[in-house]
Design a protein around this ligand. Structure first.
Ligand SMILES: Cc1ncc(C[n+]2csc(CCOP(=O)(O)OP(=O)(O)O)c2C)c(N)n1
Ligand SMILES: [Mg+2]
Length: 609
């Protein structure tokens, strides 16, 4: 056997650079790195040595780098991913939130935090967690519950099995999620004689598991008898490249479609069978049809509470759920008629068995009146009042084209975008709403741009999320990956303030004005963004915003536009109740009132469905 002598870190990066996807592209776009003593000597030397064959980028925050990596994978429909390496202590734990984000969203990312010395010689090394009762615990154990696969590399040759196992998880449609290889810092630097064939180029073909034939039969029987079926399209439709297949299936069999946050843009917004978004932040058209549906066809969706209105949305008597999902875990939820299989191949099999079966027709007035409502709230404002989020969304929509990718994650905006954004093409809508992590937006926008350099990326972000994490804006400037960011400054956590008041609370500790302070807060976001190298400006109206968007689109570098908005209004049309528990006992009459309403609403909830 021919061997090559390399350190474990050199072997890792060489192996990763040889992994390809079905499209013939390298599976990894490269590696984000912030070095510390736990990875600079080992992985740092290896990454420098491999150069452009496995490019390294320096970020400003480990969580931000991981957000960029995860967004890159999402924008690539999980066909490509990135690696992120950190040192052994705070750098590693900074990445735990991002690991959870990838875990919830089922997105691939390879996390390589350094770890304590396997030989324990310097114990305790700087930043080492000392567990009094367990010598094997390190800070990296925090990753275990939020990794789909975790391993600690304590000898070089473990990589011979750990790396292929990591690749299998990252490229498998069911297991897909974050992989953490905690890499002991002394082991990174240790040499080993590696078999040369470990570094042969390998292609990881996208697998498309086919469903059990009895499951297909049961699904066909259910669709054939359904008078009022509705398809709910989730993120799995994108990851299976099944957007066109869904459109053809829906039209051939005349079944309307509603979209989740992760599924949005599967069908064009103006497709007659696209009833819009579903659930808590849904369109009135989609929700009306969901309420009376007798068969809910959940396609590639986890059925998260925003989709099901906390299980109070579906009211059709004796309705059933037919769940088509590559993951048995999801397909079997809620006593569904389960079809465990890839969305693309399953739709094709169902369609050929259904023949010319046509399910139903939906009154086109439902969609028409919803679009009128959207156009009303997103129109140019007539008065001088502070603009709403909806009006800002309207302006951004009018200033961009069908190829634009809008990016968002937390605050009031995801709900407004879910209702109002008119997504024309698949992947034009990138909202991370599995973890809804404040601070994802700008770093995420950077990752999206790296995956889709040909498309305009517009990040829409609240002042709260911007303050939580913005430092990868400087990275976007440094790397020349232009993103346009629109900051909606309503001076606080507007959506949580609204939720607080809707549950009977006093406005408290959410808006900056109603949080304890000695000085009123007045943050100059344009100056802040400018200081990081972006072109930035503040606008005073929606018309000015549209003009600024034109300048931003022409600019050659990242551009930030700030606009003051009203924290109180949100779009009333559409939407659905959401289960947020209200206190049973309170001295506040408004809370008691809200509790009464809450108890009444709970009567509509059917958690056993
Ligand atoms: C990391 C993180 N912390 C807390 C939350 C809970 N949370 C959701 S939205 C929100 C406020 C967001 O404020 P901002 O970005 O200004 O948007 P707005 O609500 O004003 O539209 C908070 C605190 C979260 N989603 N993520
Ligand atoms: Mg805000």
């Amino acid at each position: 056997m021919k061997t090559v002598r390399l350190t474990a870190a050199q072997a890792m990066v060489r192996y990763l650079s040889c992994q390809m996807n079905s499209d013939g592209d390298p599976f990894f776009g490269g590696c984000w790195a912030i070095f510390g003593h736990g990875n600079v000597a080992g992985l740092g030397e290896a990454l420098h040595g491999i150069g452009d064959d496995f490019p390294t980028w320096r970020g400003h925050n480990e969580q931000g780098m991981a957000h960029a990596a995860i967004a890159y994978a999402k924008a690539s429909n999980r066909k490509r991913a990135m690696t992120v390496t950190t040192s052994i202590g705070p750098g590693a734990t900074n990445m735990v939130t991002a690991a959870a984000l990838a875990h919830v969203n089922r997105l691939p990312v390879l996390l390589v935090p350094g770890d304590v010395f396997a030989n324990r010689a310097p114990d305790p090394v700087l930043q080492q967690i000392e567990d009094f009762g367990d010598g094997t615990i390190s800070a990296n154990d925090c990753f275990k519950p939020v990794s789909r696969y975790f391993d600690r590399i304590t000898r070089p040759e473990q990589l011979l099995t750990a790396l292929p196992r990591a690749m299998a998880v990252l490229t498998d449609p069911v297991e897909c999620g974050p992989v953490t290889l905690a890499f002991c810092q002394d082991v990174q630097a240790e040499a080993y004689d590696w078999p040369e064939n470990f570094f042969v180029q390998k292609t990881w073909k996208q697998v498309r598991p086919r469903a059990d034939l009895d499951q297909i039969d049961a699904a066909i029987a259910a669709i054939k008898v359904a008078k009022k079926p509705l398809i709910i399209a989730g993120g799995g439709v994108h990851y299976a490249d099944a957007c066109d297949d869904l459109r053809d299936f829906a039209h051939r069999h005349n079944i309307p479609v509603a979209e989740t946050q992760a599924g949005k843009s599967a069908l064009a917004w103006d497709d007659a069978l696209n009833l819009g978004s579903i659930g808590v932040t849904g369109a009135s058209s989609a929700n009306a049809v969901a309420e009376e549906a007798d068969l809910i066809i959940a396609l590639g969706t986890r059925l998260q509470d925003f989709t099901t209105g906390s299980w109070a949305l579906f009211k059709g008597p004796n309705h059933r759920i037919l769940s088509i999902n590559v993951a048995a875990y999801d397909a079997r939820k809620h006593d569904a008629i389960s079809v465990v299989g890839d969305a693309k191949v399953t739709l094709a099999e169902l369609s050929s068995a259904l023949g010319e079966h046509q399910a139903r027709s939906v009154d086109p007035a439902l969609k028409k009146s919803w679009i009128e409502a959207v156009d009303g709230v997103t129109a140019l404002p007539t008065g001088n009042a502070l603009p709403t989020d909806a009006q800002v969304i309207g302006a951004v929509q009018r200033s961009t084209d069908d190829d634009t990718i809008v990016v968002c994650a937390a605050g009031g905006l995801p709900g407004e975008l879910h209702k109002l954004w008119k997504a024309a093409k698949p992947n034009g809508y990138h909202v991370e709403y599995g973890f809804s992590c404040m601070g994802y937006e700008i770093a995420g926008g950077l990752g999206v741009k790296m995956a889709r350099p040909d498309r305009e990326v517009v990040v829409m972000v609240g002042d709260g999320s911007y303050m939580m994490m913005n430092s990868e804006l400087a990275t976007s400037v440094m790397l020349g990956h232009k993103i346009i960011t629109v900051i909606l400054d309503n001076r606080g956590f507007g959506c949580i303030n609204r939720l607080q008041m809707a549950t009977g609370g006093e406005s408290f500790n959410n808006l900056l004005d109603t949080a304890r302070h000695v000085e009123p807060s007045a943050i100059d976001f344009a100056a802040h963004a400018g200081a990081m190298g972006a072109v930035s400006e503040k606008v005073a109206s929606i018309t000015e915003l549209e003009d600024a968007m034109e300048r931003a689109r022409k600019a050659d570098r990242s551009y930030v536009i700030v606009i003051d908005t009203d924290p109180l209004p949100s779009t009333e049309a559409g939407g659905h109740w959401w289960d947020v528990a209200v206190p049973e006992v309170s001295v506040r009459p408004t809370v008691n009132e809200a509790r009464k309403n809450y108890e009444a609403a709970l009567k509509n909830q059917r958690p056993g469905d």
